[in-house]
Design a protein around this ligand. Structure first.
Ligand code: AMP
Length: 632
């Protein structure tokens, strides 16, 4: 069956279609109902069913034919270490850690926060949580105090898994210190224990009564076998925070049965992975791509997954290509920003290596622009596939399902809707716009398995954020602008809300603004995403300083703002440019007109101002823009 027929089937008979996919996995108890849509938009998959994500990802293979096959291949360009664990070795280590966690009192439904570098123990930690039915919340190791503290407050974990340090271009970043500060800054006091992996990179303070040494605990509390806890298909497997339009991050909640079904199915249908493949997602476990395609997707399928600690250009721009050569990697999942970074270097870094094992190269996170695509396709000589997704979706929403049928590639388009997704481009009222016209990308329910269930402890915000944009139409709002062309291909045109996409990662403008506002010299601030050749979008800060601040102090304040953002949110949010202006363009109701600032900054046409913001008087805005233009 080709794409069109299979897609149609997934839409016309979702229950039949997904039941077939789910049957390929292990269920302790089979579901009563495939899809419960009685409380839309809270769609529930495989209700009544009982399963375990860790059992399916690890035990199924470790106790079967894949026992001695590589499961996890770790390579650190930072420390020069590498390690391969077979499925059985992974099984043993997951059991041991699950034993520690169980003996520390972690129970089904408890939250465990994971703040770790890209080391095998981080993944073993995620799987151990899944084994116990505990809900993990992995926080990207590049986030700093404010971001981490707000996630601790929201998830109220009982246990935190961390390490002494992560490494950045050869320098240790003291994760444990950042965690200590965050636990002090957090308002909740839910954390009973902190398990610290000592990599021997930095010395860290251990707080008695709370901090425990990882290796010591494995000796003391570890067990060789811990029963995988059967959980309901609809029990949450994890919370993963993503930026929204307010300062508070959104805790995306993933179920268990639907997620595992969607991922397992995607490994064959989308990534075309078979028995001889080795899969490498260059992402980080702190992002959704890492959850789905470093950890769960490949392991559910029984495919070796490469876990990489490092960057594309360290210690030199040949590192990725050497890893592909070394392990005979067949399938890579990466991001356009990395390709753009690598493209700057001479091609010999790549051409000197034997990359003949490579079959497919996937990208997501931001648009894969046509020039980058053309370059990658030429130098790699394999299909380079762009696909579109979000933290909320857990797997791709727009895709080129190479395992079913490789659709003709149109450079710059992430192709067509993934199975089960009824995507459409609509106007502000939620009505379909003609093909070729720009609008909002929406998904009609029922959302397929793997999509978010809700936001953690906040059903109201789930409805507000995703389902309330179009008065009478119950539609899932992606927050992105798109066009569907005459062939049914979609073209993504960027975010429609106040969220930035820097190097393929979403950052909330509000989150960054709140941090900058805390600087004593700052009166007003607006954070805006502007086009950036390398990162897709870059962070521009435009701020009005308090009156008493002398122009001579501006450089110092700008530097302090940069440091503040790095320290509180993390290096990825660090502003590219900080500008001070006398006045920000606002609507009469006081809303800062970001689009206007962006246009002024980028030198774009500003267009008809009366349509940009309804209740702004054009003159007022023009005046502000002129001042802004002078200042910039
Ligand atoms: P995140 O939840 O951080 O993964 O960010 C999701 C957002 O990244 C989407 O809503 C899009 O704005 C953008 N995005 C992801 N993949 C693509 C893609 N292939 N093409 C264009 N934009 C993308």
């Amino acid at each position: 069956m080709g794409y069109d027929d299979l897609y149609r089937r997934s839409i016309e008979d979702p229950a039949g279609y997904w039941a077939e996919q789910a049957e390929q996995l292990h269920w302790f108890k089979k579901w009563d109902k495939v899809l419960d849509d009685s409380n839309a938009p809270f769609y529930r998959w495989f209700t009544g069913g009982q399963t375990n994500l860790c059992y399916n990802a690890v035990d199924r293979h470790a106790l079967g034919a894949r026992r001695g096959q590589a499961a996890l291949i770790w390579e650190s360009a930072e420390t020069g270490q590498s390690r391969t664990l077979t499925f059985f070795e992974l099984y043993r280590e997951v059991n041991q850690l699950a034993g520690v966690m169980k003996n520390l009192g972690v129970r089904k439904g408890d939250r465990v926060l994971i703040y770790m570098p890209m080391v095998p123990e981080a993944i073993i930690g995620m799987l151990a949580c899944a084994r116990l039915g505990a809900i993990h919340s992995v926080v990207f190791g590049g986030f700093s105090v404010t971001s981490l503290a707000s996630r601790i407050d929201d998830a109220t974990p009982v246990l935190v898994l961390t390490a002494d340090a992560s490494m950045r271009k050869g320098n240790p970043v003291n994760l444990k210190d950042i965690l200590d500060e965050s636990l002090n800054a957090a308002t909740v006091d839910s954390v009973r224990d902190v398990l610290v992996l000592d990599r021997g990179l930095v010395k860290c303070e251990m707080k008695s009564g709370r901090d425990l040494d990882w290796a010591e605990q494995l000796q003391k509390r570890g067990e060789t076998f811990v029963e995988a806890t059967p959980v309901a298909s609809t029990d949450p497997s994890y919370i993963l925070y993503t930026s929204g339009t307010t300062g508070k991050p959104k805790g995306v909640v993933r179920d268990t049965g639907g997620y595992m079904t969607a991922l397992h199915s995607s490994m064959s249908q989308i990534y075309n992975v078979g028995d001889d493949d080795v899969y490498w997602s260059t992402s980080d476990i702190g992002w959704v791509v890492g959850h789905s395609y470093i950890v769960y997707g490949p392991l559910l399928k029984g495919t070796p997954t490469v876990v990489f600690e490092g960057r594309p250009d360290y210690p030199d721009p040949g590192i990725w290509w050497r890893i592909i050569e070394k392990y005979g990697i067949t399938t890579v999942f990466s991001a356009p920003t990395a390709l753009r970074a690598l493209r700057k270097f001479p091609e010999h870094w790549m051409k000197d290596r034997d990359l003949s094992s490579l079959r497919m190269f996937y990208c997501a996170g931001e648009p894969l622009d046509a020039p980058t695509y053309e370059w990658a396709f030429e130098v790699l000589g394999v299909p380079v596939i762009d696909h579109y997704w979000q933290t909320e979706s857990g797997w791709s929403m727009l895709t080129n399902p190479a395992g079913v049928e490789l659709l003709p590639i149109k450079p710059g388009s992430p192709t067509k809707p993934a199975f089960g997704h009824r995507l459409e481009v609509v106007d502000a009222d939620g009505n379909a716009v003609p093909k070729g016209e720009k609008g909002f990308l929406v998904d009609h329910g029922p959302l397929p398995p793997g999509m978010l269930m809700t936001l953690w402890n906040d059903d109201h915000r789930y409805i507000q954020s995703y389902w309330s944009h179009f008065k009478d139409n119950l539609l899932y709002m992606t927050g992105d602008y798109a066009i569907e062309d005459a062939d049914g291909y979609f073209w993504m045109l960027g975010r429609a809300d106040e969220v930035l996409n820097v190097s393929g990662h979403r950052l909330g403008t509000r989150e960054i603004e709140e941090v900058i506002s805390s600087h004593v010299a700052v009166a007003e601030v607006s954070v805006i995403g502007v086009k950036d050749d390398l990162k897709g979008e870059a962070v521009l800060v435009v701020s009005v300083l308090k009156q008493h601040i002398a122009p001579a102090d501006e450089d110092r304040v700008a530097e302090e703002i940069r440091t503040l953002v790095r320290e509180r949110i993390g290096p990825i949010a660090a502003p590219n440019a900080v500008h001070f202006v006398k006045m920000l363009p606002k609507t009469r109701s006081g809303k800062i007109m970001r689009r206007v600032i962006r246009s002024v900054y980028q030198g774009d046409m500003i267009g008809d101002l009366s349509t940009i913001e309804d209740d702004a008087t054009v003159d007022m805005v023009r005046e502000a823009i002129d001042m802004l233009r002078d200042d910039l």
